[in-house]
Ligand binder design. Structure first.
Ligand SMILES: Cc1cc2nc3c(=O)[nH]c(=O)nc-3n(C[C@H](O)[C@H](O)[C@H](O)COP(=O)(O)OP(=O)(O)OC[C@H]3O[C@@H](n4cnc5c(N)ncnc54)[C@H](O)[C@@H]3O)c2cc1C
Length: 396
């Protein structure tokens, strides 16, 4: 007997089931962050492109508990899991300001995690607690004028002098470098020890010899500040060392995994936001007597973008699930970082194209997304470096 038409399964495009890594609690967190970001941050996005975002964002986010979502309550954190950080990264894209999202992510997911994992109790009290409260702003110094991808080639040196260390060198492209109260600094402490010759230090940015040399101008992310820093005979006590002497390279490679995964989550969310806005535009804008979204050429662009965004999202969520559950999935994190950065650049480029001339105009916000997104193929490890990490993981 033939199946009655009513019993035939129909696709349910409107269905939305929460991904299994998230709970109702994450949903509530998402709603709260979304409300804050759209009410208190997004309205200032245009102004902050000109001025950079104000430092006051940090204490406000600290007050709301957003700077320590996954840190223990004893340090002022919320005691949540890593997925809470993903939620924050995803919702920050609604601030309409890539630079702001980056400045906050540097603080929450790049500079403070090494203090939490490797820091002494005194360091946690002095730096982590006020950072979570938003009372101290942090930055992370890896890149140098002569060493970016090749982290092992850094020249900033820390030399032991009695109980102290004396630091000389330079760091560049440092996000939050102008506003930061302290820096997590990567130095070389033993030039002959190869990968075992690096050490991290925690430095107050107002210490004698720390010079904020230059505010760097850039293609996008205008609401963030980016600094060239110099360190001239900066003397720090022995207890400024973060983690183990000689293990700084491994410490920072660990930090980079979290940084890359959070960046990947931001790429997916940013691409999705751009997609949604463009989908709306494609239903409103008409040409040759019909909405442009009804042209097959445009419809297929949306289909392609949606498929890639979904693939990226699944990569990020499944990798985050492994990371949260104690694995160290460097290969998959590198894949997620590589794929989502490329994907987000392709998506913003297609969205700009679908907007036509409007996409090139500032008022639609697409050109800014296009400029901001480009950084993801460079920052936190370039595409080429990700390819190399992935390739080497197969023993090649
Ligand atoms: C806006 C912005 C903010 C940043 N914020 C920070 C920050 O807060 N802290 C920080 O420490 N750094 C920061 N960075 C630095 C960023 O991480 C580096 O720019 C990035 O790692 C690349 O290093 P590089 O610029 O020196 O490029 P290089 O290493 O000089 O690379 C140049 C080109 O050579 C390619 N290349 C290099 N090595 C290889 C290889 N082995 N195989 C194939 N190709 C290769 C690269 O992929 C790239 O295409 C920021 C950068 C920008 C632009």
């Amino acid at each position: 007997m033939a199946t009655p038409a009513a019993d035939v399964l129909k696709p349910d495009h409107a269905a939305s089931r929460r991904h299994f890594i998230f709970t109702e609690e994450h949903d509530r967190l998402r709603e709260a962050i979304h409300a804050f970001v759209t009410k208190e941050l997004a309205p200032h996005a245009d102004a902050w492109e000109e001025t950079t975002f104000p430092d006051a964002v940090f204490p406000r986010m600290g007050e709301l508990g957003l700077l320590g979502l996954s840190y223990p309550e004893e340090y002022g954190g919320q005691g949540g899991d890593y997925f809470c950080n993903l939620v924050l990264a995803e919702e920050m894209v609604h601030s309409k300001s890539g630079g702001l999202a980056m400045g906050v992510a540097v603080h929450t997911d790049m500079a403070t995690p090494p203090i939490h994992l490797f820091g002494t109790e005194a360091q946690k009290q002095r730096y982590l607690v006020p950072a979570i409260a938003g009372e101290k702003i942090s930055c992370l110094g890896i890149t140098e004028p002569d060493a970016g991808s090749d982290v092992a080639a850094i020249r900033t040196q820390a030399v032991r002098d009695g109980d102290d260390w004396v630091i000389n060198g330079a760091k560049t492209y440092i996000t939050n470098g102008h506003r930061a109260d302290f820096i997590v600094l990567v130095t070389k402490t033993d030039p002959d020890a190869g990968y075992d010759g690096f050490t991290l230090f925690l430095l107050d940015m107002d210490a004698p010899g720390v010079i904020r040399e230059k505010r760097l101008e850039k293609l996008g992310m205008h609401s963030s500040d980016t600094a060239l820093l110099a360190f001239q005979d900066v003397r720090v006590p022995g207890d400024a060392m973060l983690g183990q002497e000689g293990k700084g390279f491994y410490h920072i490679m660990w930090e980079l995994q979290g940084e890359r995964l959070i960046g990947a989550a931001g790429c997916v969310a940013g691409a999705q936001k751009c997609f949604d806005r463009t989908l709306q535009y494609a239903t409103e804008r008409s040409a040759f007597g019909r909405p442009i979204g009804k042209f097959q050429a445009i419809r297929h662009k949306f289909a392609d973008m949606a498929t890639k965004i979904e693939a990226g999202r699944q990569m990020v969520y499944s990798t985050a699930w492994r990371f949260q559950n104690g694995e160290y999935p460097v290969r998959e994190i590198s894949m997620a970082k590589l794929y989502t950065a490329r994907m987000a650049c392709e998506v913003t480029d297609e969205c700009l194209q679908i907007h036509g001339g409007a996409g090139y105009m500032k008022e639609y916000g697409i050109e800014r997304a296009w400029r901001d997104m480009r950084l993801n193929r460079i920052g936190a490890g370039t595409d080429e470096v990700m390819l190399d990490v992935i390739g080497r993981s197969y023993g090649l």
